[in-house]
Design a protein around this ligand. Structure first.
Ligand SMILES: [Zn+2]
Length: 268
């Protein structure tokens, strides 16, 4: 486990504020006091989800550029790379889930809040193209604040480019499974996050478009306490399931098994 948000042995829980010892967070990274699920770095998410040793990263290389000359963007990129030891806010690769193979795309909220930019778009598209080449299902784990404002329109275009690729997956009869984790917001929720054939969310995730605070400032009404929660979205028919973190792997294996056993890519 990499634990890159952790500086020392003790960290305060972002939800309840209690001091929690490293060992208390445990394997699933859950607060022992308020049961908050801590946001996972992409590498830890992959470790939790896939069969041990089965992950092979795709070799697409990207180099993000400050094309709009946005103030401090270069520095923010540098810091994010340093913190995560990644070149961008997503990790892509191939892995198995209880022996069932899939292409895996995992966004990382610790890299500039998992925001979608030209490089992240390119990595996601390359992974989906690989899926078509190998006739494999795609699993995307979203964790993103939305489009990266430092890349303006270039970032927004990524929403459509990815949706076009999602359509090609559908035409090839390859299933897309999206796993919405905390947070899934903005341009990511407004594009591919809900475009899966199966759309599930991790329990406790906040999922929406604009943040609750922004909405509250522009609306004269009080928002419900469960606003933008995974449970509320499930109740309103937006999700197929809300799954607890320790059960995600088994759930995804089940979906992949159902797909393969029903005939795989040749199945109508
Ligand atoms: Zn807590």
């Amino acid at each position: 486990m990499s634990h890159y948000p952790v500086a020392g042995t003790w960290t305060s829980c972002p939800a309840c504020g209690r001091h929690v010892h490293q060992s208390q967070w445990g394997r699933w990274q859950q607060c022992p006091y308020c049961h908050y699920w801590r946001r996972l770095p992409a590498v830890d998410r992959i470790t939790q989800l896939v069969d041990p040793g089965s992950f092979t990263a795709l070799t697409t290389t990207v180099q993000s550029q400050n094309r709009l000359d946005f103030p401090n963007y270069d520095e923010k990129l540098r810091q994010a790379k340093l913190k995560t030891a990644q070149t961008e806010a997503v990790i892509t690769g191939q892995a198995t889930f209880a022996k069932w193979p899939a292409i895996v795309i995992v966004m990382d909220s610790y890299f500039m809040m998992g925001t979608l930019n030209t490089s992240v778009t390119r990595l996601i598209i390359a992974a989906m193209q690989q899926a078509r080449k190998q006739k494999l299902p795609v699993i995307i784990v979203t964790a993103s604040g939305g489009a990266r404002m430092q890349e303006g329109l270039y970032a927004l275009v990524g929403m459509n480019l990815i949706l076009a690729e999602v359509a090609r997956l559908a035409a090839a009869k390859l299933p897309l499974i999206t796993v919405l984790t905390d947070p899934t917001m903005g341009g990511v929720s407004a594009s591919f996050a809900f475009k899966g054939d199966v759309v599930i969310a991790e329990a406790g995730a906040t999922i929406g478009f604009a943040g609750a605070r922004v909405i509250q400032q522009t609306m004269p009404t009080t928002l419900p306490a469960d606003f933008q929660s995974a449970a509320s979205l499930l109740a309103h028919g937006q999700l197929d399931a809300v799954v607890l973190r320790p059960e995600l792997r088994a759930y995804l294996s089940q979906v992949l098994a159902t797909y393969q056993l029903s005939g795989g890519p040749t199945h109508g």
